[in-house]
Design a protein around this ligand. Structure first.
Ligand code: BES
Ligand code: MN
Ligand code: ZN
Length: 497
């Protein structure tokens, strides 16, 4: 259920909820609390200021102070959250602040949250709306009985520290829709593979498109074969669940640019005949996180309605071993026409992407972006809190960097090292599916590049955050967490300006 979010200009003591979270800016070196907290402190007999002095609460970013109100206030608990210096606070930090407040509320079994902001945050209300839904997110639908959360955050009142513009409510509401769009991606990623497989994923995507008034096409296995998407065929043929390709389109009148986003949608990656070890195989239910992201992105696009064309393409298959499965040593054609020598059936993501990229190219995009839980090597390189990205064009790279700055998501640029290109040369086919042992994220990117022609292209390897178990920033649940959606949205909004 979406949160019921209200906003008004109000001081902390004029609000009421199960939990009060107050964003506090540093007041120089002193541990002095802002004057707006005086009535709260007085109601608590000075306990708040005493605790702040004792804990040396100076409102540094991430610093927090919690006091129980013992029935003296309409709140059960008050949490002060340090915001850090104003000049270092952008939309991403404000979003994370709101997410932490919402997460704290759920953690405290609070059904209602009052979020108090200092004056001067009236331009960050969209980020607040985003953060609240992102932080409130939990994946609990399979918990029953005692395991079911007893309480769920349902309503939030935002107390702004200054008079509100008439647009304030709409800004919060838009942010909320964007947060919910990222949560669509997180839900799809977290669903197990017995529930979300190519066919059911496509149903979810169709629903998202219809709810947003977007055009959607689903290619079934017959259509995939008819169109010559031989690599999607190769990867998907060993599964009882047939592959699908989903294409969602947002085509506003007067658009001057077209952006196309492609996602890897392996609804389960067993490795195929090159089967994975048992340990950790369950994480591979998240191997469709890239596809989930592009669907979530389209939900956000439907809310923002920018003046550029946006397309999402999800390449969906389940990678399984069986008598009909593709094999190491096979040579397969592709939609692009190039032939590919298969080395390892566990390097399946780049294969479905190759066909999806070739299809995307036919839409003649100004920018083509793919995202995929592509390689363990990328996790080795960057850890599991940061994705890797590649670009074949410097102007596009600048735009993508700007989008990353706006979103605050952790992604590090990786190089398309030409020296490693020899690794994907094949003696028997046009290209080999994978390179030598080292530089696996880079050779995977070089393989994908073979299918992008001269299109301006960005590739994101999101394998790390996809199996994230630890919350960072607004990310909370285990699972791919929608990492990338906010950056892609920022890229689209940048192109629309
Ligand atoms: N889906 C995996 C990559 C992955 C690994 C994602 C860990 C998230 C966490 C991908 O299909 C895969 O199996 N890649 C292989 C490639 C190898 C066979 C060249 C890998 O990274 O080991
Ligand atoms: Mn694999
Ligand atoms: Zn995979």
């Amino acid at each position: 259920m979406p949160l019921d979010i209200q906003i008004r200009a109000a001081a902390p003591h004029d609000l009421s909820a199960d939990l009060l979270v107050v964003g506090v800016l540093p007041a120089g070196k002193s541990a002095a609390l802002p004057p707006t907290l005086k009535p709260i402190d007085e109601a608590l007999g000075g306990a708040l200021s005493r605790a702040a002095a004792k804990e040396e609460f100076t409102a540094k970013r991430d610093q927090s102070l919690t006091v129980s109100t013992l029935g003296r206030l309409p709140f059960e608990k008050v949490i002060l959250l340090g915001l850090g210096e104003r000049r270092s606070l952008g939309a991403p930090e404000v979003r994370t602040f709101a997410a932490k407040a919402a997460r704290a509320a759920n953690g405290d079994k609070a059904r209602s949250l009052a979020l108090s902001l200092p004056a001067g945050f009236e331009t960050e209300l969209r980020a607040i709306g985003e953060g609240l839904e992102l932080g409130a997110y939990r994946f609990t639908r399979y918990l029953t009985g005692d395991r079911k959360p007893k309480a769920e955050l349902a309503s939030v009142v935002i107390g702004a520290g200054a008079k509100l513009k008439p647009t304030a409510k709409a800004a919060v509401a838009l942010g909320q829709r964007i947060g919910l769009a990222v949560n669509v991606a997180r839900d799809l990623s977290n669903e197990p593979s017995n529930v979300v497989f190519p066919e059911t994923f496509a149903h979810h995507a169709e629903k998202v498109a219809k709810d947003g008034g977007l055009h959607v096409q689903v290619f079934d296995f017959k259509e995939i074969r008819k169109r010559g998407m031989k690599l999607i065929d190769a990867v998907g043929r060993g599964s009882a669940h047939e592959p699908r390709l989903v294409h969602i389109a947002y085509t506003p009148k007067g658009a001057k640019k077209r952006l196309v986003f492609v996602g890897k949608g392996i609804t389960f990656d067993s490795g195929g005949l090159s089967i994975k070890p048992a340990a950790g195989m369950g994480e591979m239910k998240h191997d469709m996180s890239g596809a989930a992201n592009v669907v979530g992105l389209m939900a956000a696009i439907a809310a923002v309605r920018p003046k550029v064309e946006v397309h999402a393409i999800a390449a969906l298959a389940e990678n399984m071993p069986d008598g009909n499965a593709y094999r190491p040593g096979d040579i397969w054609g592709s939609l692009d026409g190039k032939t590919v020598e298969i080395v390892n059936t566990d390097a399946e993501g780049r294969l479905v992407l190759a066909d999806a990229l070739a299809y995307a190219r036919s839409l003649e995009p100004d920018v083509l972006v793919d995202n995929a839980t592509l390689t363990g090597a990328c996790v080795v390189a960057l850890g599991n809190t940061c994705s890797g990205w590649y670009a074949n064009d410097e102007g596009t790279a600048r735009a993508f960097s700007a989008a990353l700055k706006a979103s605050g998501e952790a992604m590090w640029r990786m190089p398309l090292l030409e020296d490693l290109r020899d690794g994907i040369k094949s003696d028997v086919a046009d290209v080999k599916q994978m390179g030598e042992r080292w530089g696996g994220s880079i050779t995977a990117a070089l393989f994908l590049r073979e299918f992008t022609g001269d299109t301006k292209w960005v590739h994101c390897d999101i394998a790390g955050p996809a199996s994230l178990e630890r919350p960072t920033g607004w990310m909370q649940s285990k699972g791919a967490t929608g990492h990338g959606v906010l950056t892609f949205l920022a890229l689209v909004e940048g192109a629309a300006r």
